[in-house]
Design a protein around this ligand. Sequence first.
Ligand code: Z5A
Length: 250
Amino acid sequence: RGGKADSRGALVVLEGLDRCGKTTQSTRLVKNLERVGYSAELWRFPDRTTSVGKMISSYLSNESQLDDHTIHLLFSANRWEKRLVMLFFVVRNLAKIDQDENNVWLQNVLGIISTGQTLVKSLMESKLKSGTTLVVDRYSYSGVAFSSAKGLDIEWCKAPEIGLLAPDLVVYLDIPPEKAAERGGYGGERYEQLEFQKKVGQNYQVLHGPTWKIIDACSSMEEVEEQLQKMVLDCVKTCQEGKPLSCLWS
Ligand code: Z5A
């Protein structure tokens, strides 16, 4: 809708303290974008469905213990492993060729070789370049803000994220930790403690950059939704007009 035929989607990230409303708003945003004719997908980190994600989930629910550096690297690996999904498709297709009894195997091989570049590219980049806007609930900034709140060096925390795609827009849903603690479901997981969330909030301040916008997350859900949609539609248009993709932390 609206842009050049080969125009790309936008990479939009929602960040904030626990219970600030990311899940609510990212879900509404994707529906709203689709309703006005854009292709959009919701991603979230941690992605608890992968084997790395399951280790993270067990750590967060206090079922397992890990060194702070190790869990930080696992969160980062959970983002990097999205690249491997495309490799998996290549391997699976090659396996299929092996079993193929018809003569179509040659076309399959040629097809895979000619699209090989695309197949091994990051899934995120492929989605964006095919015109889909990705709405991502937490990303590298969560990794840095939460791990550095435990006392890890901020530059060390950023290092494993270098080379991942940089978002076109980061929306920070701003809520005082005390207000967030009053919301439903607070307190069930490892980081859901008031003093810790205060430190995380301070660390987020250091990460704010030119692509960041702030929304008052204490406003009603409808007000937040409206502001978010406006910001994202502006960003999607800029990306359609040819804004290039870049990498963290440039
Ligand atoms: N973590 C990390 O350390 N390193 C990393 O690299 C990454 C993450 C990616 C799990 O993340 C933990 O992992 C997280 C950071 C760390 N720890 N903490 N804290 P997660 O994203 O899976 O979980 P979460 O941050 O705890 O998300 P959440 O609990 O799902 O909260 P939310 O998505 O921000 O909020 P919500 O579910 O949309 O809303 C919460 C409640 O508030 C709910 O009852 C809503 O109905 C209500 N709500 C929402 N908006 C409003 C408004 N505007 N007014 C009133 N009430 C509202």
